[in-house]
Design a protein around this ligand. Structure first.
Ligand code: SF4
Length: 469
């Protein structure tokens, strides 16, 4: 039997063990105690599984130190390492990569992550790595192996090219992702706050987003979708592993419509009896479509509301209508789908009053959950460009993130301290309402569900109270 080359995915340690999910499209920090799977590693596990012996060193999940990680890698002795680096903590991640490159020299190193949308980050890592993975499902495993063996710096399909983020189309393109090697990701430390069961796995029906909100990294990417039956195969495989909960990690579930309707119908026909949640764009709202989602097992959606004053969002290419948001939420209530609203605090167009009105709006909408995020200069976004032009951030990000742990970007008239207080007040004001808490308790489905929600609640408030004054 031929011995397969060894490949190791590495999710580096984070400062103070903070729970970041490193992704190419949407890297984020946990607002509570949950930890999401890195979808790019999940996709790569399917793409590479037949050609490589894959292992995964997840320093965030396992809370490993830098030295623990190097020790594990030394034991595995991989031929190739794929390491994730993200922009929000790039200094930390780059330091880890440099240490890895000198401590373990037997492997060819590839990297991935949202950090590499920015040219300055690319220049920094280039001397240390063989290539940068930008589109995991486009990698051909044989070409990838050859690339790792040859002394070439020429990019192959799936690796970053010079004009990677300049010439692309948002028209939906079909992509083939094989079913991932999900066994690699079966760990208790991955938790999703809206899950109804303790362990969950993640599935992707699309990659990228059909929309182009200019404050978001996903605006810089093309949009791909998978054939409906392939996604259903992932669900069946997950079920065969004894996992009942799925997070569909699409950035805007429901596109293209015909393919998603086909997927939902197939999932209903299969009677897999799995529960799932996803991100959803309010403009996709149609009652019949929501009915299909509910029948197929969807119990929670997250929607980007962002602010009460929707005219602010128009300037960033996001077009939402107040009635659509309200109709969507009220229909979801009627059929039993819970809704989480995402909000952003810190647009330069917002004043303190607008932010407070947005928090009031979150309560008036009767959302089941709300996530309040500080505006970040995300890679590839217009916010990033403006912050750089105004000299508010260095070329390499200095640690701004949506929780404000590393720093808060001030683009308007509200000070850093005030933005932090407004964010923390928003969380307390939304969640600490006796009537709201009573309703939440009444919606608990099981002991596991109670424990998941209780732990998240404690972690959410621990972060609020620990946040710098
Ligand atoms: S809908 Fe807009 S904010 Fe949401 S992922 Fe797509 S581009 Fe980003």
């Amino acid at each position: 039997m031929t011995v397969k080359p060894k490949i190791t995915f590495v999710n580096p340690p984070t400062p103070q063990g903070r729970k970041f999910t490193r992704n190419i499209g949407c890297a984020s920090e946990s607002k509570g105690g949950y930890l999401l799977l890195c979808i790019d590693f999940v996709i790569l596990s399917g793409v590479l599984r037949n050609h490589f012996d894959i292992s995964f060193v997840d320093c965030v999940g396992e809370q490993l130190s830098q030295q623990d990680a190097i020790n594990q890698i030394n034991q595995i002795k991989p031929d190739i390492i794929i390491c994730a680096l993200i922009d929000a903590i790039f200094e930390n991640d780059f330091q880890f990569l440099s240490h890895l490159a000198t401590s373990y020299q037997k492997a060819k190193i590839y990297v991935l992550g949202d950090a590499f949308i920015e040219e300055d980050n690319v220049k920094l890592v280039s001397p240390l790595v063989k290539g940068i993975i930008t589109t995991p499902f486009l990698l051909n495993p044989e070409d990838f192996l050859q690339h790792s063996l040859q002394n070439t710096s020429e990019a192959i399909t799936g690796l970053r090219k010079q004009d990677e983020y300049q010439n692309f189309t948002k028209s939906p393109q079909q992509a083939q992702f094989p079913t991932p090697q999900y066994e690699l990701f079966l760990n208790d430390f991955y938790q999703w706050p809206f899950a109804r069961h303790p362990s969950y796995l993640t599935v992707s029906t699309t990659w990228g987003c059909p929309f182009s909100c200019s404050y978001c990294t996903a605006s810089s990417f093309p949009f791909h979708y998978r054939e409906a039956s392939k996604v259903v195969e992932d669900f069946s495989y997950i079920k065969s592993l004894g996992v009942k909960e799925v997070y569909i990690t699409d950035l805007s579930f429901g596109y293209p419509k015909e393919n998603t309707v086909d997927f939902l119908k197939q999932l209903i026909e299969k009677k897999l009896n799995m529960s799932w949640s996803t991100y959803f764009h309010p403009s996709r709202f149609e009652p019949e479509f929501m009915d299909l989602m509910k029948q197929a097992g969807c119990h929670t959606i997250t929607i980007g509301v962002e602010t009460k004053d929707l005219s602010i969002l128009k300037k960033y290419g996001r077009h939402l209508n107040d009635d659509t948001i309200k109709n969507l939420i009220s229909y979801c209530k009627k059929i039993g789908i819970e809704v989480c609203g995402d909000f952003i605090i810190g647009f330069k167009e917002q004043n303190q009053n607008e932010i407070e009105e947005s928090v009031k709006y979150a309560k008036e909408l009767k959302l089941d959950y709300a996530s309040f995020n500080l505006l970040s200069p995300l890679p590839g976004s217009t916010i990033r460009k403006e912050a750089q032009q105004r000299g508010l951030i260095k070329q390499v990000n200095q640690g701004f993130d949506s929780l404000g742990q590393g720093g808060i970007l001030v683009l308007g008239d509200i000070s850093e301290d005030n933005l932090r207080q407004l964010r923390n007040r928003a969380v307390k004001s939304f969640y600490l309402r006796p009537h709201f808490l009573f309703k939440k308790v009444m919606k608990i489905k099981s002991f596991d569900h109670f424990m998941l929600q209780f732990k998240e609640f404690i972690s959410l408030f621990t972060k609020v109270f620990q946040s710098k004054k």
